[in-house]
Design a protein. Structure first.
Length: 238
């Protein structure tokens, strides 16, 4: 798709969304360095109560989260190469293998951003493909974090294309650790690039229901947030 075509893709029309439908789009996330065991448990219990899509916790809490969520519809996810994306592909693959072994079923890997900005497209592609192979062999979903706040318009488009080419199931905006966050314009751009070849996760700075709904209306399939329960209460959940 050309740049001109990408920028002129029609925006999706707004949809009426009740709190239950919003809940099914939420990845409730707690990835602060000082996250405690009790906080991880509380996150899981809250997500199960509202039947959210996923919880995302540190790899060291994946087994714990799987125990808490046994029998629930909510899945457990883990970050890979987080938050910088600069780890070796072999390291990312090992992280993926271990996360799968512990029970994670969705994996959000950070793209090698420096390689992308160095125009080393082959390294970027092989890095994603290496993780995608492991994830898909374990029947897991792979999301690739582009860190859009650090990228130019051209780099965002290239990052989306390389992610899809390399087997990503989702492209994701941000980690939330590099300043800034998701934007409606970026979600719209990403949808224009990937079309129906991949799904989109908006994350980074999404703290209110109003912002989450705008992201979904722009074309996001999933929302990553550390304020998931608050968002649902704003939509009428009790």
């Amino acid at each position: 798709m050309s740049l001109e075509q990408t920028l002129t893709v029609e925006r999706p029309s707004a949809t009426v969304r009740d709190w239950q439908s919003v809940a099914r789009s939420l990845d409730s996330t707690l990835l602060k360095a000082d996250t405690t065991r009790d906080q991880a448990i509380a996150l899981c219990e809250e997500a199960a109560r509202y039947e959210m899509a996923n919880v995302f916790v540190h790899p060291s809490y994946v087994a714990l989260a799987c125990d808490v969520l046994r029998g629930a519809t909510t899945k457990v996810g883990a970050p890979i190469g987080f938050p910088l994306g600069a780890a070796l592909t072999t390291t990312k693959r090992f992280e993926t293998e271990e996360a799968l072994r512990l029970g994670a079923r969705e994996l959000d890997m950070v793209m090698n951003i420096g390689a992308l900005k160095s125009r080393d497209r082959r390294l970027v592609e092989l890095d994603i493909r290496g993780v995608a192979e492991v994830a898909h062999a374990g029947d897991a979903v792979l999301k690739v974090i582009l860190e859009t706040t650090l990228l130019s318009l051209e780099e965002k488009i290239i990052a989306c294309e390389l992610s899809v080419l390399s087997g990503a199931d989702f492209v994701k905006t941000c980690t939330g650790f590099s300043g800034g966050g998701a934007s409606v314009d970026d979600v719209h751009l990403m949808r224009g690039v990937v079309g129906d070849r991949a799904k989109i996760k908006a994350a980074g700075g999404i703290r209110t229901a109003a912002v989450a709904i705008r992201m979904l209306d722009a074309g996001a399939d999933r929302i990553g947030t550390s304020t998931a329960a608050q968002i649902l209460r704003e939509r009428g959940a009790e």
